[in-house]
Ligand binder design. Sequence first.
Ligand code: NI
Length: 162
Amino acid sequence: MALRTIRIQGDPVLEKVCRPIEKMTPKIKTLIEDMFETMYEKNGVGLAGPQVGVLRRIAVIDTDGTPYVFINPKIVATDGEQTGDEGCLSIPGKSGTVTRPNYVKVEALDKNMEPFTLEATELLARAVCHELEHLDGILYTTHVEGELHDVYYDEEELEEEE
Ligand code: NI
C-alpha cells in the first residue's frame, strides 16, 4: 500500500467526469487499498478517484469504522434534508454549510464487483452525496450557503480527547 497525492482545488482533474470501471484488476485493487490508506492518513471520511488523479467511478467512505467501497455508484432514492458543515480533503483547512438529503439509497458494486444496495442517513448520507459528486467533477463549494470558513484545530486538544 502507498499514500497517494491528494489533488487540490484548482487541479483540472477535479472538474472532469469519471468513466465507469468495467472489471476488477490488480491496479484497481491497489488503488482501493491506497485510497483507504490516504483517507485515513488525512483523517478524512471519504475519498473519490479524481482526488488521487484517477478518473474512474470509484469512492471510499468510512464515517464510523465501517469501510465502504463504491464502484460505479448511483443514488436511486433520497429523502429529507440535513444542513451542516462539510469539508473536503481537496480543499484543506476549509469548511462550509451545505444542505443535503438526510437519507440516500445508493446502488453500487463492491470491491469484488458484486452489486449491493446501501441505505444511509445523516453523516454517511452526506458523505455518499459528496463523494459521488466528485465522480462528476462537482465540488461541495458549489452548494455552500454563505462563505467558506477556516477550520482550526489544536493537535494537543485532539490527542487529549482520544
Ligand atoms: Ni471531497
